[in-house]
Design a protein around this ligand. Structure first.
Ligand code: SF4
Length: 164
């Protein structure tokens, strides 16, 4: 018994295309594979059972799914499972380097691990930090011409470029 997968591979691919995704064929295959695994192993097409896992264990489970990389696993944890995790996008990557939390040798997945080890290990902290970092990157610590003069971090930031 349990839930059945009503969508076909083509349905999933069409939905991804509608959402203007790229690599829709291979992504549809990965999603179908994960749904099939959940149906066979858990009889339920959901990942909610991971909410009771320790964050490290939940991430291990997600990363073992075919087609799931560190950023996807982290996004699922932060935005769906309410587990502490820190997906690293271009803004977070850039700010972490400018603040010299990490060196320019770090890869995004290593920056993610750095934040997960150094931020308080609560979902709320990770969630608010994530949103604030992205807003900071979009409005102040921009890729080109960061607004260091008005940045609240300019007295602490090793990369601050202020006129005074
Ligand atoms: S001081 Fe400048 S480089 Fe440093 S975080 Fe602020 S905007 Fe970014």
């Amino acid at each position: 018994m349990g839930q059945s997968i009503e969508a076909t591979l083509d349905d999933i691919e069409a939905t991804l295309k509608e959402a203007r995704g790229n690599l829709t064929k291979s992504k549809a295959g990965y999603i179908f594979g994960i749904l099939t695994k959940l149906k066979n192993e858990r009889k339920e097409l959901a990942l909610n059972f991971l909410r009771s896992y320790e964050p490290e264990e939940a991430k291990k489970y997600l990363l073992a799914l075919n087609g799931v990389g560190p950023k996807t696993a982290s996004c699922v944890m932060l935005f769906n499972l309410q587990l502490p995790s820190q997906p690293v996008d271009t803004h977070i990557f850039r700010i972490a380097q400018r603040l010299q939390f990490v060196t320019d040798k770090f890869k995004p997945a290593e920056v993610e691990t750095w934040f997960e080890e150094n931020l308080p290990k609560t979902w709320q902290t990770h969630y608010e930090f994530h949103l604030n970092m992205i807003e900071h990157g979009m409005n102040t610590c921009k890729a080109q011409n960061p607004k260091c003069d008005i940045c609240v971090l300019n007295k602490l930031c090793p990369s601050a470029d202020t006129k005074d």
